[in-house]
Design a protein around this ligand. Structure first.
Ligand code: FDP
Length: 349
């Protein structure tokens, strides 16, 4: 049957029938882990489902009247959008039904949520819809998550101490970016892997294995809200002024890029390299970003991809320990070369 054979060859060339879905990736990781109980896989699968649900909702937001304000403020004082509230609800229900998550910290909830579970051994900290002030303009938003294993027995009720821990205690971190496609960047502490949501298959597919920040991207980028310049310390102002001048390495100044949606700015930083910063200012000494569900997970991902993350004082973000669940941190994060420039500027290198 020569005709059949002619069809098969080109098709086999184009379509990869041995793709790695997020579910397969998780199962393979579980097989590699000694004494795995399957709990970790359950919680990662629950997160994957929450991202798919939010992606689906964000895509339809305008059609189902989910744009605009909800009319309330969240735990951190920001005006809540309708999508913020829905994203939060999706997270609460998905984590509760996993039966393996004991504690949820959400940007949208003042107090941590304790789930009724006898098997819960994980704490999830999340910003369900980060960058939500951009939603109505159709700009990419994202979800950011840090995951901790709880050390107290499942029978004991969860408490704040289960998450008020050093960033080194995280067992996983990830973000989902709802852009032209939905991307998921995940670290389990052994590198970073990137997945893209195939909406027809309903699966995240591994598209960027072993992500590393580039060291040779043609553009050097800094990313910061320069509208805050008048509130910055002199040292921050002089640092960014210097980046706008030709640099020693190539005689070219840096380019500025700022979406104002942290996940979008970080995804660009992962792909193109560069420096993202949200420094402290006279308005807010610790900047704006939250340590538990913005600073920690982004620092874990960036370090695992070969970069660095520090605060204004040059302290490593992962060394910090929050004292309250919604603590803020200043942040300088991205390519090692660029974070090192800041560390040299403040005399810490
Ligand atoms: P948003 O308030 O829209 O949710 O931490 C939240 C965040 O967005 C980040 O995603 C974003 O990078 C930052 O705030 C933007 O803050 P500015 O508007 O002050 O630049």
């Amino acid at each position: 049957m020569p005709i059949k054979q002619e069809c098969q060859e080109p098709l086999a060339d184009k379509i990869d029938t041995n793709i790695i879905s997020l579910s397969r990736f998780i199962i393979e990781k579980q097989k590699q882990a000694k004494n795995a109980t399957g709990d970790y896989s359950l919680v990662l699968n629950a997160l994957g489902f929450a991202f798919k649900f939010i992606a689906h909702t964000v895509r339809r937001a305008e059609l189902i009247h989910l744009t605009g304000l909800f009319g309330t403020s969240n735990a951190t004082g920001d005006q809540q959008k309708k999508l913020d509230v829905l994203g939060d609800e999706i997270f609460i229900n998905t984590m509760a039904s996993s039966n393996i998550v004991k504690i949820l910290v959400s940007e949208e909830q003042e107090e941590l949520i304790r789930f009724e579970t006898t098997e819960g051994t994980y704490a999830v900290c999340c910003d369900p819809i980060d960058g939500s002030s951009n939603i109505d303009a159709g700009v990419s938003v994202g979800t950011i998550v840090s995951l901790f294993k709880i050390t107290s027995p499942p029978s004991e009720p969860g408490c704040e101490q289960d998450v008020l821990r050093s960033g080194h205690d995280m067992v996983a971190a990830c973000y989902a970016l709802y852009g032209a496609s939905t991307h998921l960047l995940l670290t389990l502490g052994d590198g970073v892997n990137g997945f893209t949501l195939d909406t027809n298959l309903g699966e995240f597919i591994l598209t960027e294995p072993d992500v590393r920040l580039p060291t040779d991207h043609p553009k050097k980028i800094y990313s910061v809200n320069e509208g805050n310049t008048c509130y910055w310390d002199e040292s921050v102002k002089t640092f960014f002024d210097a980046l706008k001048q030709p640099q020693d390495e190539d005689n070219e100044p840096y380019s500025a890029r700022y979406v104002g949606s942290m996940v979008a700015d970080m995804h660009r930083t992962v792909l193109y390299g560069g420096l993202y910063a949200y420094p402290g200012s006279s308005k807010s000494r610790n900047g704006k970003l939250r340590l538990l569900y913005e600073g920690f997970p982004m620092a874990f991902l960036i370090e695992q991809a070969g970069g660095k993350a520090v605060n204004d004082k040059g302290e490593r973000i992962l060394d910090l320990v929050p004292t309250k669940i919604h603590d803020k941190t200043s942040i300088w994060i991205g390519s090692s070369r660029d974070v090192d420039k800041y560390l040299k500027h403040i005399g810490k290198l």
